[in-house]
Design a protein around this ligand. Structure first.
Ligand code: RP5
Length: 163
């Protein structure tokens, strides 16, 4: 993707990538430059704090953070950056991703993480686009067009049922 990254996609392990790549795909569809990396809250805590502290200064505008299990990554990043953080609960083998969801969604007052559904990385990407589009008319136009395509698809499904 051309241009300096404005969205940082981070995850606790490369095993999260099959889920998190959906966020990357969504950003790619809108031409939003992004970076992707493994930044583990538990296995590399110093690097995680540095990533959060340096993100805004490097030009990032939004962070999308995905993790599974004891998923502290989104919350800890939100505690050290003023940027909006979108959390993606990654489902693991046990507990159907409920552990990841609860670990990410219950943030204390004052430290928000915009948490999407379990495995909802595509929506995380789309939410990042909307956040950027608030101050970017061209991107807002693309989002409006995307929403129109969703509406057309829904209409077409109804037409097929009625036929
Ligand atoms: C979490 O532990 C990661 O986000 C991942 O979802 C999970 C398992 O990691 P691996 O053991 O596959 O590296 O921190």
């Amino acid at each position: 993707m051309a241009g300096a990254p404005v969205v940082g996609i981070v995850m606790g392990s490369d095993s999260d990538w099959p889920v998190m790549r959906l966020a990357a795909e969504a950003l790619g569809e809108f031409g939003v430059p992004f970076e992707a990396d493994v930044v583990s809250a538990h296995r590399m805590p110093q690097e995680m704090i540095a990533y959060g502290e340096e993100a805004a200064g490097r030009g990032l505008k939004v962070i999308i953070a995905g993790a599974g299990g004891a998923a502290h990554l989104p919350g800890m990043l939100a505690s050290v950056t003023p940027l909006p953080v979108i959390g993606v609960p990654v489902p693991l083998k046990y507990l159907d991703g409920m552990d990841s969801l609860l670990s990410i969604v219950q943030m204390p007052a004052g430290v928000p993480v915009a948490t999407v559904a379990v495995g909802g990385a595509r929506n995380a990407g789309l939410l990042a686009v909307r956040i950027l589009a608030a101050a970017d008319e061209e991107l807002r136009g693309k989002m409006t067009g995307f929403q129109a395509s969703l509406r057309d698809q829904a209409h077409a499904k109804g037409e097929r049922l009625r036929a």
